[in-house]
Design a binder for this molecule. Structure first.
Ligand code: ADP
Ligand code: ASP
Ligand code: MG
Length: 431
């Protein structure tokens, strides 16, 4: 008997029909002899709706109450999915009894599923609201329910901190909940059910030629996820790599095999042959440029310390030194942190750097090519820049790691850039 964690994303629980389909799927998996834990996201569009309500009241709403609010979408899904599983289990039992000529009035089945919010089972996190990290999961209750043959249905995306506040794990965080629960329970498999058939060479909604990847390494998946491929939250992949959790990303609309996220050594021969295995794109980029700063590395330190204290994650950084006395600094951050960053920078200007000029550019996107094969092969960066140049796409910033190259470009060119890179690196031929 295997223990399988099945996570269903927003579209997969987006309607009552989809929820009933999830219920049948979970019960079918259990009927095959497995123990099943279900983790659910909010119904599609719901978390965005809640975020929007909050920002109408306060454009920077991040607080303990904000997490309490945006975690509520998952509670609805837990209630509905649990109800659907129990209703379907009762229907199956009735059908069986009718088939055997039994009396269905006496045959109320015991609950087959039980719903839990994060705090009810003990998903403990730190107190960094809206970006909380899971510290520990208490598995006592879950193990007890599993031993009784119950399917626990758990709210993704949420936990509880040491002061009993409800916390959330960042957008897309139900993936991380599922992997963390799989790790805590020592599950044999963690299945991520979504609205595409797996991980593709690029977002299939941006590029129709995108090909499904049957196996991808944790490292490549981490890069793709961190660079905008929202099919998995990056932290879920980090956790999966750390605890060696076998991940299977697949569609909740059919039973087709999806993508396995595995360790590099389990990729087989693929790694040597393929330089680039994916193109990622992210429109949520804001570039800040700070000009006329007094020279000195302590200035750079002070600026990034202030941003870090506000829990703002900085991505690409470039420094320019036009004179010995003055320098400028450019950096990119995620759009959701932009207002907060502006406040931090305005405060630094008023307190320390009156002459600093702050520029903000929101119309940007980041396109990246990713592949473990590029670490030992030259020429990938050159090819990427040539392909963008051929399409007359201006590159504003560049950053690289061993297995990725990213370029910041104008947002309106994003789709064109993705298609040109996908074509140029021949990803439509990906096996
Ligand atoms: P869920 O609600 O199931 O968590 P998400 O919307 O968070 O689903 O993630 C799935 C979406 O990720 C897909 O609909 C697709 O548009 C997008 N996506 C981006 N990059 C990729 C990629 N490389 N492969 C597959 N999907 C991708
Ligand atoms: N509902 C949350 C979100 O939309 C978490 C998730 O879907 O994974 O970000
Ligand atoms: Mg998601």
């Amino acid at each position: 008997m295997s223990l399988i964690v099945q996570k269903f994303g927003g579209t997969s629980v987006g309607t009552i029909e989809r929820i009933q389909s999830v219920a049948r799927w979970a019960l079918d998996t259990q009927a095959q002899g497995h123990q099943v834990v279900v983790v659910v996201s909010a119904m599609s569009g719901e978390t965005n709706r809640l975020v929007q309500l909050a920002t109408q009241i306060n454009p920077i709403p991040y607080s303990c109450e904000y997490d309490l609010l945006i975690a509520s979408g998952e509670q609805v899904s837990v209630g509905l999915v649990t109800l659907a599983i129990n209703t379907e289990a009762q229907r199956r039992m009735n059908n069986k009894l009718v088939g055997q000529g039994g009396n269905i009035k006496k045959a109320l089945v015991k609950a087959n599923a039980r719903g839990f919010l994060g705090h009810q089972i003990g998903i403990f996190t730190d107190s960094v609201f809206s970006k909380a990290r899971i510290q520990q999961i208490d598995t006592t209750l879950l193990r007890k329910e599993l031993a009784l043959g119950v399917i626990p249905v758990i709210a993704g995306f949420q936990g509880v901190d040491a002061n009993n506040n409800i916390t959330t794990l960042g957008r897309g965080g139900s993936d991380t909940s599922a992997v963390a629960i799989a790790a805590a329970l020592g599950a044999d498999e963690c299945e991520i059910y979504t609205d595409v058939e797996g991980v593709y060479t690029t977002d299939p909604r941006l590029c129709p030629e995108a090909k499904k990847i049957s196996k991808i390494s944790y490292e490549e998946m981490m890069e793709l996820a961190g660079l905008g491929a929202k099919v998995l939250q990056i932290r879920s992949v980090e956790l999966a790599a750390k605890y060696k959790i076998s991940l299977h990303v697949r569609s909740s609309f059919n039973a087709v095999h999806g993508t396995r996220v595995v360790a590099q050594q389990d990729l087989g021969g693929r790694m040597e042959q393929v330089l680039v295995s994916g193109v990622a794109a992210d429109v949520g980029q804001v570039q800040f440029t700070l000009q006329n700063l007094p020279a000195g590395s302590e200035v750079v330190a002070q600026i990034f310390q202030a941003l870090s204290r506000a829990s703002i994650v900085v991505d690409i950084i470039v420094q320019d030194t036009p004179s010995a006395q003055r320098f400028s600094l450019g950096f990119t951050i995620g759009k959701s942190d932009a207002l907060n960053a502006r406040l931090v920078l305005d405060k630094l200007k008023s307190e320390f750097y009156a002459e600093m000029k702050i520029f903000e550019n929101r119309d940007l996107a980041k396109v990246s090519v990713v592949g473990v094969g590029m670490q030992h092969h030259p020429g990938v960066a050159a090819k990427m820049f040539s392909l963008l140049a051929e399409s007359r796409i201006e590159i504003k910033m560049i950053s690289t790691s061993e297995i990725k190259i990213s370029c910041i470009i104008p947002e309106e060119k994003m789709k064109e850039a993705v298609r040109s890179l996908h074509q140029g690196f021949e990803l439509h031929r990906f096996e």
